[in-house]
Design a protein around this ligand. Structure first.
Ligand code: BMA
Length: 356
């Protein structure tokens, strides 16, 4: 019999013995500054839940996966797979509990198609999935790496087997994009991250009547400056989470150090009716690289979520993140706890950003 452990937010069952899990060898975070403290996102004991060794064909790394729950309750990840040329494609993996027993597509699910889509010349990366009720389709936004740099492309799918490409939505340099799941005053909205000028790399929202023509581009969340954890470069992590209080955003901030770039996560809340209005923004990061699989890999010190799923209780959130651009890991939290924390620790959108 399968018994869900009451104290186990991962949804793991007593049938899972974890035997042979490489996660059990590297999961220990002893000595991490968060030991013993309550955390908004708790790492899964099986982490990393997927890595190159799980792939049915030779690859370099698998990371930065989009996520959704399918109608049958299964979790689907659309992972970024970097091949052994350095070029990325997307590949789907499905699991009943979202943690174990992943069934990975035997071949790449969505390959770059540079012949018909030159914007995909150097690969496709970092997807985000949103279900569009109106179109009865999943919208997949992804980075298309063109010869002119990375931009944002959009494809629609019903089944993650065939995809209808809608082409480039945001020209280079742009990344970290997701649609909102429904229209605002008749227009679709996309959150995205046009790339750096010397004045920083910020989060913008743009609108479209038809998912093709985009305009009314508006800067919504600014990277801070100076010593802050999210100075100079930020971007959306997983798609916007609709709550009674507004759109909860998990976003990443990049701290440049002399040694490397530290990718950490923070929270923000956008107005429910007007996603151009930032209501709250966390001053502190809520999650950063601490575990060995986050600190060591092709790109050290990176946690980079592109997808989440919400459990049947409407509150438990599973955040899937790329760890060190090398593997996929999972951390679980509560949407209500994040909102409570943000209310207590958030800075209202109209208060100057980078004063202490
Ligand atoms: C960002 C993106 C991500 C990557 C991260 C860390 O700019 O390109 O795909 O995970 O850098 O390398």
């Amino acid at each position: 019999m399968m018994v869900i452990r009451e104290d186990d937010s991962s949804g793991r069952t007593d049938d899972d013995d974890g035997e042979g899990s490489r996660g059990s060898e590297v999961q220990t975070v002893s000595g991490s500054p968060n030991d013993g403290k309550s955390e908004l996102l708790k790492r899964n004991d099986m982490n990393p839940i997927l890595w190159a060794g799980d792939w049915p064909y030779p690859i370099n790394t698998v990371f930065n996966a989009a996520a959704t729950r399918l109608p049958n309750g299964e979790t689907l990840l659309l992972a970024r797979v970097e091949d052994r040329r350095g070029i990325s494609h997307l590949c789907a993996a499905r699991s009943k509990d979202g943690v174990t027993d992943w069934r990975v597509d035997p071949e790449p699910t969505l390959m770059p198609d540079p012949k018909n889509h030159p914007e995909e010349a150097w690969g496709i990366e970092d997807a985000r999935i949103v279900w569009l009720d109106e179109l009865h389709a999943y919208a997949v936004t992804y980075t298309s790496y063109s010869r002119g740099g990375p931009g944002v492309s959009l494809a629609l799918t019903q089944d993650f087997r065939t995809f209808e490409r809608r082409g480039v939505a945001m020209t280079p340099l742009d990344k970290d994009a997701s649609l909102f799941p429904r229209r605002f005053d008749g227009r679709w909205a996309m959150i995205h991250r046009p790339d750096a000028t010397h004045l920083g790399t910020h989060i913008w929202v743009s609108f479209s009547p038809d998912l093709k023509h985009w305009g009314d581009h508006t800067l919504v969340i600014e990277a801070r400056r100076g010593a802050w954890w999210d100075a100079n470069k930020i971007g959306l992590s997983t798609p916007p989470i609709e709550t009674d209080e507004g759109w909860l955003l998990i976003y990443h901030g990049v701290r440049q150090t002399p040694a490397n770039s530290l990718y950490r996560l923070g929270l923000a809340l956008l107005d429910k009716a007007n996603p151009l209005k930032c209501l709250l923004r966390s001053d502190e990061w809520i999650f950063g690289p601490e575990a060995p699989y986050e600190r060591l890999g092709d790109v050290p010190d990176v946690v980079f979520p592109c997808g989440h799923t919400v459990a049947d209780d409407g509150d438990t959130i599973n955040v899937y993140y790329g760890a060190a651009d090398t593997a996929i890991a999972l951390a679980t939290g509560s949407i209500q706890a994040m909102l409570t924390w943000l209310r207590a620790h958030g800075r209202p959108g109209d208060v100057p950003l980078d004063d202490v």
